[in-house]
Ligand binder design. Structure first.
Ligand code: GLC
Length: 745
């Protein structure tokens, strides 16, 4: 019997780690600040973007002169060991103060070896795998001269119409917090000055995913309890993990655009949490304060940004061109300006650029670290772990590898570009393995027939006949349905989350051919697929799994890997149910009861697939959870143990999940909230004792006056392999407590 102690869960109130003072850094920064002109200081806060060219991303002609003049501090989208070395030499040898440049890029889920999109990685519920993914990305990106990635995106998303749900870790703050910390560790490692680690950025601060209507950039209007108890939590975890940078978000929060939100940036992020890194604008976010209607001019927008604590102006060039008068007049104080510059110079010091500006621009290392066999193997492993088995009626899966003829149908099956997902950095589709390729290579002696069937969008059904023909000739059909990668990601929102185009019609025709059908979904958001759920025996959620997608999908379909992923987001039955999330309130008329209750006339109010859902090719049982005590004071700890057994015929992974409910409190509390998880691997008939520990932070919530409290009363714990199939136990908390916001564990 193996006893598993849970890794310390990220706690809501954790404070950023107190950095060890670096006297040499402070002396250098102070001496530079004393020498810098106003233009040079504003230059350090200016970030310009690279331009695509035949020889890769390049700066504009006039930018080299600006580097020499000390008018630019960093570049976005410029990489390549040789080219970054060239630009660094201009800065370090050609400018008056020889301050090195920072090179930044959106390395979100891989640089050249592309890993599963973050929402897929979240489905692995495996922080170690997610950390490994970020580590490989950091090794490849730094090998190409990059010092700073604009990742992890840690936005909670409860609305699958929102295109950027694909970039985050889903709907839950506890899972989101654990994965935010894992990605920060992966990118930053333990030594930021090492040549294979880079500054990470927690983005987009804050509550960007709460955009009304799921429309990107739209208004966010939240209660303080939801803002701080749900949306801020992954940012706190990233800050506690020592993330070096935070990116402000485009949206307003309760009337104040984030690029002008001093309360949340200087007040909470820096003040209450004690975080001291660099805040970077998102793209034109400072300039967008004008269309937001809170700034009448670029100069005013720039002053608001500096007052709020936004240090670096990405591409709007307002800091570099429009705020010097505001500084001279004192509207922007010298202290505000100097503190922003200080944080930028400290970041450059921490990544080691003052010690060796060329440390990351090493052409030899660039060659060594790119798209290696190890990196591809890591990508395939993380991809397999990210696949979720949604349904497997009659154990249609895994398909036999001795199948003579397999039909693969669907445009997406051959779409290696979509396999890479959005924000695929320097990933190249010609290096990616499509689902069709993966299946062909998994069954070299079988006949693998292919038909496009239907485009992802549009009304053309001319491919149906061919699809039915190949289906009829096959032992089994693999039908790949979903969305092209361009249908999620930034600004790519959908008003309907049903299957686009004629894909459901195609599924009906293929299913009518009478052969066993497996559907593999390729999508960047939950899809409402009630017809597939009712009529297709086996459904896999394969998201966009990156460079190794085809191999990973084939590994699962033909049984070389037993899927163990779980959904990090709720799958509604219909778009009209949105927002629908598992940690909802009970209301005064819970939907499950008779009569006038909170439900719909036309669909069940419940999700099609709940948060935490995922099946396996084996089965698991759970013992009733055992509690170390039946009552506890708020300052005690409670240990919860249960025995999980693999009762099937093959080894498999199970994500053991712990949920908690505060049964009665001074404000309404969710029907359940994730408070622990652990992915375990068990051989047939093997069992393991999984241990969770609950502390005051796990019981705490924000009350009416926004105090973070634990209240006495009854609590229920739920344990299981999903948020709905659970076993319960109860305990009492006998004393209350008020917890500060920052409570390092
Ligand atoms: C985009 C995105 C942000 C990204 C930035 C730089 O608008 O919102 O996530 O990091 O611009 O590419």
């Amino acid at each position: 019997m193996l006893v598993m102690a849970l890794a310390a869960a990220p706690v809501e109130g954790q404070q950023a780690p107190a950095r060890t003072p670096v006297p040499a850094m402070e002396r250098l920064v102070d001496s530079l600040l004393a020498l810098m002109t106003l233009e040079e200081r504003l230059g350090q806060l200016t970030q310009l973007s690279g331009q695509p060219s035949d020889s890769g991303p390049r700066v504009r002609a006039e930018d080299e002169a600006r580097i020499r003049a000390g008018r630019v501090g960093s570049f976005l989208g410029i990489y390549g060991a040789a080219y970054t070395r060239r630009l660094q030499r201009i800065a370090v040898q050609g400018s008056r103060l020889k301050i090195p440049l920072l090179f930044a890029y959106d390395v979100i889920h891989g640089f050249r070896t592309i890993f599963p999109v973050p929402l897929a990685e979240a489905a692995s519920w495996d922080p170690a795998a997610v950390e490994r993914s970020a580590r490989v990305a950091s090794v490849e990106a730094t090998g190409h001269g990059l010092h700073w990635t604009f990742a992890p995106m840690v936005d909670i998303a409860r609305d699958p119409r929102w295109g950027r749900i694909v970039e985050g870790a889903g709907e839950d703050p506890y899972l989101g917090a654990a994965l935010a910390a894992a990605r920060v560790r992966g990118f930053q490692g333990t030594d930021l000055a090492a040549p294979n680690t880079m500054l990470a950025t927690a983005k987009h601060f804050a509550a960007y995913g709460a955009a009304e209507g799921g429309r990107d950039y739209n208004t966010v209007d939240l209660s303080p309890q939801t803002l701080h108890g749900i949306y801020m939590r992954p940012f706190q975890a990233a800050a506690a993990a020592g993330v070096g940078s935070v990116m402000a978000s485009f949206n307003e929060v309760n009337g104040v655009p984030m690029h002008a939100n001093a309360d949340l940036i200087n007040g909470v992020l820096r003040g209450r949490w004690g975080w001291d890194g660099v805040v970077v604008s998102d793209w034109n976010g400072i300039q967008e304060l004008m269309p937001h209607g809170v700034a009448a001019s670029r100069a005013e927008a720039g002053a608001l940004g500096l007052h709020a604590g936004v240090d670096v102006d990405m591409v709007s060039e307002i800091y570099g061109k429009d705020v010097s008068a505001a500084v001279r007049s004192g509207q922007v104080t010298q202290h505000e300006l100097n503190e922003a510059v200080r944080r930028v110079l400290q970041a450059k010091y921490r990544v080691g650029l003052f010690q060796d500006p060329y440390r990351y621009s090493d052409v030899e290392r660039e060659r060594e670290v790119t798209l290696t066999a190890d990196h591809r193997a890591a990508a395939r492993d993380v991809a397999r772990r990210s696949i979720v088995l949604l349904k497997n009626q009659g154990k249609v899966l895994p398909l036999s590898k001795s199948s003579k003829t397999i039909a693969v149908i669907g445009t997406l099956a051959a779409d290696a570009g979509s396999a890479l997902g959005s924000w695929s950095a320097d990933g190249r589709k010609e290096e990616a393995v499509s689902v069709l390729d993966g299946i062909r290579r998994a069954l070299p002696s079988a006949q693998v027939l292919y038909a496009r069937g239907a485009e992802v969008e549009g009304t053309d059904t001319s491919g149906f006949a061919e699809a039915v023909r190949v289906a009829r000739r096959a032992d089994a059909v693999i039908l790949v349905l979903g969305e092209r990668r361009e249908m999620s990601g930034e600004a790519n929102n959908r008003a309907s989350i049903e299957l686009p185009g004629m894909q459901e019609e195609l599924a009906k025709r293929v299913q009518a051919a009478g052969r066993p059908v497996v559907v593999a979904l390729m999508n960047g958001r939950p899809l409402a697929i009630p017809w597939l759920d009712q009529h297709i025996p086996a459904i896999l959620e394969t998201w966009y799994l990156g460079t190794e997608m085809g191999y990973a999908v084939a590994d699962v379909i033909f049984g070389d890997y037993n899927p163990g992923g779980k959904l990090p987001v709720t799958f509604p039955r219909a778009t009209g149910q949105i927002p629908l999330y598992y940690n909802h309130k009970n209301t005064g008329r819970p939907s499950g009861e008779k009569g006038n209750t909170s439900k719909y006339l036309d669909v069940p109010w419940t999700p099609l697939y709940p948060f935490g859902h995922g099946l396996s090719y084996t089965t698991f049982t759970y013992s009733t959870p055992q509690l170390s005590r039946r009552s506890m004071r708020a300052t005690d700890t409670l240990v919860i143990q249960m025995v999980v057994t693999n009762t099937g015929q093959r080894a498999g992974d199970e994500v053991v999940q712990l949920y908690l409910r505060d049964d009665v409190a001074s404000v309404t509390r969710p029907v359940k909230e994730l408070r622990g998880f652990r992915r375990v691997t068990l051989r047939p008939r093997e069992h393991v004792t999984v241990t969770f520990t609950l502390r005051a932070d796990d019981l705490a919530f924000y009350d009416r006056r926004m105090n973070r409290v634990v209240e006495p009363g009854g609590f229920t714990v739920f344990v299981g392999g999903g948020s709905s199939e659970v076993k319960e136990a109860r305990f009492e908390v006998t004393t209350g407590a008020q917890l500060g916001d920052a409570r390092p564990r």
